[in-house]
Design a protein around this ligand. Structure first.
Ligand SMILES: Cc1cc2nc3c(=O)[nH]c(=O)nc-3n(C[C@H](O)[C@H](O)[C@H](O)COP(=O)(O)O)c2cc1C
Length: 190
């Protein structure tokens, strides 16, 4: 199975990246192939609402670094989105990617039950690193984005969320979270 993994933190060795890399390590041992992009190293904008993808194109018209990322998702079986919590939401880098997934929607996506151009049945793994230890804070991030990825035909969705981790290195000390990353990979790829 092919994995597309997007790291949404500006910290290459930060907490969300550490959890994602543990997930990928287990997945690769089980035969999966992963493509990883550090979003912070790419130059791209958010969706420009130009409607090119709803009129004369079935792709995003923007020629920036996200083009390759968006192309990679067509062939991916599993999408891994790893993000820190910033101001109660995903990072700006991750949000801009999510907005650009608008290009996958068919022109009549609001009424069409087959809303997405993507093949159905992909799996989503959402990894969240949150500084605040209270799990009830910012608890709606996953469900808010999961709702839209369901529109894109992602049938199985998995959340790996760590709260109370703040500094780089904190996630690696959390055995429960690292185990959850391994267990999630085992569940998907075994
Ligand atoms: C700009 C900024 C905004 C943040 N906002 C929040 C927040 O709203 N809630 C929270 O719990 N932690 C917040 N944090 C802390 C991060 O979520 C925390 O450090 C996390 O472990 C970072 O993950 P990373 O190492 O993958 O970047 C913020 C950190 C930064 C730099």
């Amino acid at each position: 199975m092919n994995i597309l993994c997007l790291l949404g933190s500006p910290r290459p060795d930060g907490n969300s990246a550490a959890i994602a890399r543990r997930f990928l390590k287990t997945a690769e041992k089980l035969g999966a192939k992963a493509r990883v992009f550090e979003l912070n190293n790419l130059n791209y904008t958010g969706c420009q609402a130009c409607w090119a993808c709803k009129t004369n194109l079935d792709r995003c018209i923007l020629e920036d670094d996200l083009k390759e990322v968006l192309e990679s998702l067509w062939d991916a079986d599993v999408l891994v989105l790893a993000t820190p919590v910033y101001f109660g939401d995903v990072s700006a880098q991750m949000k801009a990617f999510i907005d650009r997934t608008f290009c996958y929607f068919v022109p009549d996506y609001a009424k069409n039950p087959n809303r997405s151009r993507l093949a159905p049945g992909k799996k989503l793994v959402f990894i969240i690193a949150q500084g605040h230890p209270d799990e009830t804070r910012f608890a709606g991030i996953f469900s808010r984005y999961e709702y839209f990825f369901k529109w894109h035909g992602f049938e199985d969705t998995y959340l790996i969320r760590a709260c109370g981790i703040y500094h780089p290195g904190d996630a690696k000390k959390r055995k429960d979270i690292m185990k959850l990353a391994e267990d999630t990979a085992n569940k998907i790829f075994s």
